[in-house]
Each structure stands twice: as structure tokens, then as C-alpha cells.
Design a protein around this ligand. Structure first.
Ligand SMILES: [Zn+2]
Length: 354
């Protein structure tokens, strides 16, 4: 059994570019591009390939050697993966998804989303001794826009005077929010999402039902890994929240009793808000004569809803209501009553008395 999953095909070109930079002796690369396009997957395959004792070809780790086994077990001594605490539990040993998205298991005290200076200082342990396995050492770190300023400055020192035979692979969803000094010390490599057809084909190979592939992709903003995670990884949060879609389609015909009986008891507020905001976005778009972006299959129903509303500014008011709810959305308490309140406000948008 090989411990190498096949790399999504749109990552082959950036992998080649990464290997070319490596061969030129570049020691720091910053992978950037939208979330959910496979930057972590790419970074980790590159790291595994650089550490592998007998790569099949450049960029392709063998999956069998001692180094690959350590890598897959998540305890290769010459590899460090530095992420915020908030992502750490989602990335045991081998992160392969880009997006922390799900809040299904949000603990009550929120782990930090920052990469703090201690995490960067911890890297010095890696640098003080020569590589255990005699070759390269690899640091994968991100999202680099989440480095605190002291952490960024500490990292900068490493990038300016790199320890021998050490590769830094930084990952960023929002490169414009990375410190310019960090950016300027790295070779930048953009990872773009594949086109829709390619992405849908890939989703289907990943086990996403063909009927859901397109909609998952649209809702993930075209980011295939995010779409897969939401469609597959038991993301019940998302499918429970989707139970509110029939309610949204009903518009002003919604009753309080129907809302109360059809909103799932365990519904999650952040996921539900996300769906309602996309619905509000589409409703506004349709009211203004544009196409629905997130729910194109509901275009006709959105038209009906938009045309029967006393004033389309009601959607705007509801959208703002959702945004104010979002401020509290990470608290899992009373998710059901918040979602119900938002749906009642939605139905009231059709109330002529306003
Ligand atoms: Zn290997």
C-alpha cells in the first residue's frame, strides 16, 4: 500500500514549478490563492517528496521508505507543520484540506487563530541539530497572514538567515494580508482553482454524487477541496442547515408553526446563517435583474419571491439582520431559536404592513 494519494490534477503544474524552485536552491516559497484549492495538499506532498529517500520522480514521494512512513505517521523528525491552534486538531500529521470551515466541534473556549511567537521559536529546536535523516528539513507554515507581528518578525530572521538545508513552505489564503517583509523573502507561487468542469470531475472521483457536485462547487465559491469537505466529510452541519432551504423557498407563505417544526433541533447557527446570507444575496441579485449565483437552480422561485415582496429593500434589511446575528454565530447555544428568529424576520419581509 502506497502512502501517496494521487494529487488533484490541477496541482501538477504548481508542483512542477515548486520542484523547479527547489532545484534552483530557493529556500522559501509562499503558496497563495483562494482557500480550498489545495495549497496545503500541495505543500505536504512537496514536503514528503523532499524528505523521501527514493522519490519515484521529482515531486513524487515513494510512499514506502522509512522517511515516508515517518511522514505519514505524522512524526518525521525533519518536518514541522506550524498552524494556529484553531487548525491544529484538524491537521493531524498530514493536513490535506485547506479550509477549517466546519464549526461542528467548536469547543467552548475558542482556540487561537493566530500563529504566535512561541510556535515560531519552537522551530529553533529543529534548526539546532543537523537533519536526523541527513537530508533536508522542511517547515510548512500557515496561514501566514495569521502570524502575529512578533511571530512574523521571528520568522523573518529565519528567512533572512536560513538554517542550512532548510526549506520553508508558507501557505496563505490572503496574500495581501501577509507582511510585505515576509512576502519579499519568499518566492511566490499562486495556486489557482481549476475550471468548473475539471473541479466537478474531480469531486465525482472523490465520491461526491454527481448530482451534488455542481451545487457543492458553487456554494464553495469554486474551491474544490472546500466543496468536497462540505459535501462529504460527514459535514452534517451543512446538510442539517440545508433543511432550511425549503423554508426559504416558501418566502412570505412561511408560518411560525412551520418554522418551529421544520428547523432541526441541532441546527447550527453559522452554517444556517451562511445559507441564509447566500439566499439573501441571490434574492437581491434577482431583484436587481442579475442571475442567482449560489442557487442557480432556484432562479425561477427567487424571481417569484423577489417580485412579490413589497419592496426589495426588505431583503437588504434582512441581510443586515443576518450580519448582526453573525457576530454571535460562533456561540453554539440557542442555534435553533436564532435560526427561527431569522426565518420569521425573513417571512415578515413579505408582510405588507412591514
Ligand atoms: Zn519515500
Amino acid at each position: 500500500v502506497s502512502h501517496v494519494d494521487s494529487l488533484p490534477n490541477w496541482l501538477e503544474v504548481p508542483l512542477g514549478a515548486l520542484m523547479a524552485l527547489h532545484e534552483r536552491g530557493v529556500h522559501a516559497v509562499l503558496l497563495h490563492g483562494p482557500a480550498g484549492t489545495g495549497k496545503w495538499r500541495l505543500a505536504m506532498q512537496f514536503a514528503q517528496a523532499c524528505l523521501c529517500d527514493q522519490p519515484v520522480r521529482p515531486g513524487m514521494p515513494c510512499g514506502h521508505c522509512a522517511s515516508c512512513q515517518l511522514f505519514v505517521a505524522g512524526n518525521h523528525p525533519d518536518l514541522r507543520v506550524t498552524v494556529p491552534d484553531a487548525l491544529a486538531e484538524r491537521r493531524p500529521g498530514r493536513p490535506d484540506d485547506d479550509e477549517p470551515a466546519s464549526t461542528a466541534d467548536t469547543p467552548r473556549t475558542k482556540p487561537s487563530r493566530d500563529i504566535k511567537i512561541d510556535a515560531v521559536r519552537d522551530l529553533s529546536g529543529l534548526f539546532q541539530i543537523s537533519a536526523h535523516r541527513g537530508g533536508t528539513r522542511v517547515v510548512v507554515l500557515g496561514p501566514s497572514e495569521n502570524l502575529t507581528l512578533p511571530a512574523a518578525n521571528a520568522l523573518l530572521k529565519n528567512l533572512e538567515e536560513p538554517p542550512p538545508q532548510t526549506l520553508f513552505v508558507l501557505v496563505s489564503d490572503q496574500i495581501d494580508q501577509c507582511l510585505p517583509t515576509i512576502r519579499s523573502r519568499c518566492s511566490l507561487l499562486r495556486v489557482s482553482p481549476p475550471d468548473d468542469t475539471q473541479a466537478q470531475q474531480w469531486l465525482i472521483t472523490q465520491g461526491v454524487p454527481a448530482a451534488r457536485a455542481r451545487q457543492s462547487l458553487i456554494q464553495a465559491g469554486g474551491a474544490p477541496l472546500l466543496a468536497r469537505q462540505r459535501a462529504l466529510d460527514g459535514d452534517n452541519a451543512s446538510s442539517e442547515a440545508e433543511a432550511i432551504l425549503p423554508l426559504l423557498r416558501a418566502g412570505g407563505a412561511l408560518t411560525v408553526a412551520r418554522i418551529a417544526s421544520q428547523v432541526p433541533r441541532q441546527v447550527l447557527l453559522p452554517e444556517s446563517l451562511a445559507i441564509m446570507q447566500r439566499w439573501a444575496w441571490d434574492l437581491q441579485a434577482v431583484a436587481l435583474g442579475a442571475d442567482a449565483r449560489y442557487f442557480p437552480d432556484d432562479g425561477a422561485q427567487l424571481q417569484v419571491l423577489a417580485s412579490t415582496m413589497p419592496s426589495w429593500t426588505r431583503v437588504d434589511a434582512w441581510h443586515q439582520h443576518l450580519q448582526s446575528l453573525q457576530a454571535t454565530a460562533e456561540h453554539p447555544l440557542n442555534g435553533k431559536s436564532c435560526v427561527e428568529g431569522a426565518l420569521i424576520a425573513y417571512a415578515n419581509a413579505w408582510n405588507p404592513a412591514g
